[in-house]
Write a protein that binds this ligand. Structure first.
Ligand SMILES: O=C(O)CCC(=O)C(=O)O
Length: 302
């Protein structure tokens, strides 16, 4: 039963591997999210290294704070947690994933004016394979977003294709595809643009990435990774993790009967050498979105 999306939107998601929906966040919540984010960026002045909350841009300094990611925003402030349970958002998740939905993870990627880092082409499926692929990432646009300020790009229909190699030349998982070896036609990329408060929903196997923000406008993208409750992670749920896993049901009910569907799977193993930051892991391979100068340091950014 569709609650919010039209049958055409649901079909587009399944056919193309993504949709963009406007007015997913109400104006008061959007305002509060932006206030909290601004406070978090201010507080980052006290931090000089990546930690459990912040992933920092290379040029970050107390007098010039540069944050590229807030890790797990739903545990950092209730505004990001409460939003997951709002009627409109959770109903869209049910339209796309079915009645029973579990949170996989959240992150808030910031692209500040002029230096916001690119993210290299990848498929989320390469990071977290499950017993079935009814999994998506919802990207809430905190700012009006266009190609100019670093909109995320998706490759339509790529969720129906292979799972690409996301390992670096050293054989370790690096979280990025080799843009030359993979043979994907990146000219087919579509930008997930929209006014603030919109959200994109992309399938876990859809290839996506984004360029540096070269504009004067910031770009905040609040990502919620959600799965059907019967999709079980192949990087196992340990017995001790059960309570936490079980608490992540957003709507519907828990199940201990995984649904298995044959899909192309590659394990993200051996694990990335630097667990702290996808941005640093992605630097080991060939780049599509390129290099920038940050804080006097030439850094391959992702
Ligand atoms: O921030 C972006 O533009 C892309 C985000 C993304 O794909 C990721 O963090 O996995």
């Amino acid at each position: 039963m569709n609650r919010i999306l039209t049958p055409q939107q649901v079909e587009q998601y399944h056919e193309e591997g993504f949709i963009i929906v406007q007015d997913v966040v109400d104006p008061a919540t959007l305002l509060r999210m932006k206030e909290v984010l601004a406070e978090l960026v201010q507080k980052s002045r006290q931090v000089s290294n990546h930690n459990d909350v912040y992933d920092l841009e290379p040029g970050h300094q107390a007098n010039d704070p540069r944050v590229r990611r807030i890790k797990k925003p739903h545990v950092v402030d209730p505004v990001f947690k409460d939003f997951m349970y709002t009627h409109k958002f959770s109903s869209i998740l049910q339209d796309l994933l079915g009645e029973d939905v579990r949170l996989h993870g959240t992150k808030l990627n910031l692209k500040a004016p002029h230096f916001g880092s690119p993210v290299e082409w990848h498929q989320d499926w390469a990071f977290y394979p499950h017993s079935n692929d009814d999994i998506l990432a919802a990207g809430v646009l905190l700012d009006d977003t266009t190609e100019e300020n670093g909109a995320m790009y998706v490759i339509p229909k790529s969720h129906k294709g292979p799972t690409y190699d996301h390992h670096g030349p050293d054989g370790y998982f690096c979280g990025a595809m080799d843009p030359e070896a993979c043979g994907v036609d990146f000219t087919k990329a579509v930008a997930c643009e929209g006014p603030a408060g919109s959200a994109s929903f992309h399938h876990v196997r859809t290839i996506h990435g984004s360029a540096q923000n070269i504009s004067t406008k910031s770009r905040g993208l609040l990502l919620y990774e959600m799965s059907a409750a019967d999709a079980y992670p192949l990087l196992a749920v340990e017995k001790n993790d059960w309570q936490e896993f079980s608490k992540r049901i957003i709507c519907g009910k828990e199940t201990i009967t995984p649904r298995t569907v044959v899909t192309p799977i590659r394990m993200p193993l051996p694990p990335a050498k630097n667990q702290g930051s996808i941005y640093e892991n992605q630097t080991v391979g060939k780049r599509y979105f390129g290099f920038v100068e940050q804080g006097g340091k030439k850094t391959a950014v992702a």
